[in-house]
Design a protein around this ligand. Structure first.
Ligand code: DOR
Ligand code: ZN
Length: 334
């Protein structure tokens, strides 16, 4: 059986820089028509020059593929003139609470300070992408952050807010209740719970922020995605770290899913008997919500076994060494 997908998009992707980018970017560029590129570099993407340089670096590394990098800016209190200038070069601005995850130290410390910038973003129709976690107890962080989301949605009723990588049943309900709110869901959060991370022997390669939650949360995410939710889209949050930064004391957060994203999505949608919803989840919802038209590109998947390499240079992927039921037929694997 062959499955054709039109302009698949990864609406939340970490490409890093330098040799790591050279290692991982071509993998996503081969099987997606575009991706929303996260700005949490060692020096965050917070000026026009950094944005242009980063985009150019990505384009250079991905020059053999049809691949649109949808750039984001790291949220800071920005003045109007800057937002007017940067607007046409970005798909949105990504807000991180300070210190909540990898390279987010210069994120927001005081949520009372964000409103003037949000008012201008709302007016200029710049979407707000959010890493929504408080600094509370790890399993409560996403739920506690809903207070912040609620305030934003109430004070800025036409701002497009994207709740990134949601992991809880409460977040799904919040999306359900607010028409101006969209959400991304990762592959791994559709497959694992906290038990898979720490219920047996500890699995550092499944450790990420936000951490995977309870079975009822997993079920709520799957229910929403498999019913073809009109505001929930795929964002892998594929976040590569070198093996020595994962298999150590102080393991870095992030799951590297880029090489297996499309085959595993096909597998879980097939298992749920909802292959009919896959096109919407990996492209159509995002195109509609963000009002984007990605470059023409079709990906073909085929139900032929694919053995996942254990390492992509020094990065270990999700499902390393395992055999998947679906493989990418075209474009051919690089
Ligand atoms: O697990 C994560 N890794 N969550 C994030 O929010 C950031 C990401 C990274 O950049 O490594
Ligand atoms: Zn991320």
């Amino acid at each position: 059986m062959i499955l054709s997908l039109n302009t698949p998009l990864d609406m939340h992707l970490h490409l890093r820089e330098g040799t790591m980018m050279q290692n991982v970017a071509p993998i996503s560029a081969a099987c997606f028509a575009g991706a929303v590129i996260m700005p949490n570099l060692i020096s965050p993407v917070d000026t026009l020059q950094k944005l242009f340089n980063y985009r150019e670096d990505i384009e250079k590394v991905c020059k053999n593929e049809i691949f649109e990098p949808y750039m984001t800016l790291f949220f800071k209190p920005y003045p109007r003139e800057f937002l007017e200038e940067v607007r046409e070069h970005i798909i949105g601005i990504k807000l991180y609470p300070a210190g909540i995850t990898t390279q987010s130290e210069s994120g927001v410390t005081d949520f009372n300070m964000i409103e003037p910038t949000l008012a201008i973003m709302e007016e200029l129709q710049i979407p707000l992408l959010v890493h929504g976690e408080s600094d509370g107890f790890v399993l409560d962080r996403e739920r506690e952050f809903l207070v912040v989301y609620r305030r934003i949605v109430e004070n800025f009723p036409v701002l497009h807010v994207i709740m990134e990588h949601i992991t809880t049943a409460d977040s799904v309900s919040f999306v359900d209740e607010h028409d101006t709110v969209s959400a991304t869901v990762t592959l791994h959060h559709l497959m694992i719970t906290l038990d898979d991370v720490i219920g047996g022997l500890m699995q550092p390669h499944l450790f990420c922020k936000p951490i995977a939650k309870k079975p009822r949360d997993l079920q709520a995410l799957r229910d929403a995605v498999f019913m073809g939710h009109p505001r929930i889209m795929f964002g892998s949050d594929s976040a590569p770290h070198p093996q020595h930064k994962k298999e150590c004391v102080g393991c870095a957060a992030g799951v590297f899913t880029a090489p297996v994203a499309m085959p595993l999505l096909a597998q879980i949608f097939e298992e749920a008997d909802r292959l009919d919803c896959l096109q919407g989840f990996v492209s159509d919802v995002a195109c509609k919500r963000y009002a984007i038209t990605p470059p023409a590109k079709t990906i073909e998947l085929e139900n032929k076994p694919y053995r996942v390499p254990t390492l992509f240079n020094n990065v270990r992927p999700f499902f390393a060494g395992e055999t998947l039921r679906w493989s990418i037929r075209s474009p051919a694997r690089i």
